[in-house]
Design a protein around this ligand. Structure first.
Ligand SMILES: [Zn+2]
Length: 61
C-alpha cells in the first residue's frame, strides 16, 4: 500500500465511507464522494506529543 495515501472514514454516520485521499491533502478538507460531507484530513502523527528521550544517558552499569 502506498504510504502517500491517507485513508479516512466519513464522519457521517449514515455514510461511513472510507475515502483514500493523497497525503498532500493533509490539513485540508475533502468532500465525501458518497454523501458530500466535508471531511478534515488529519495531519500526520509525526509531531511529538511528548519529547522522546533522546537525552537519556545510558543506563548506569
Ligand atoms: Zn460520506
Amino acid at each position: 500500500m502506498p504510504s502517500d495515501v491517507v485513508r479516512i472514514i466519513c464522519p457521517n454516520l449514515r455514510c461511513k465511507a472510507i475515502l483514500a485521499v493523497p497525503a498532500s491533502a493533509r490539513g485540508k478538507a475533502v468532500r465525501c464522494r458518497q454523501c458530500g460531507s466535508r471531511i478534515q484530513v488529519p495531519m500526520p502523527r509525526t509531531q511529538p506529543a511528548a519529547t522522546p528521550p533522546a537525552d537519556v544517558p545510558a543506563a548506569g552499569d
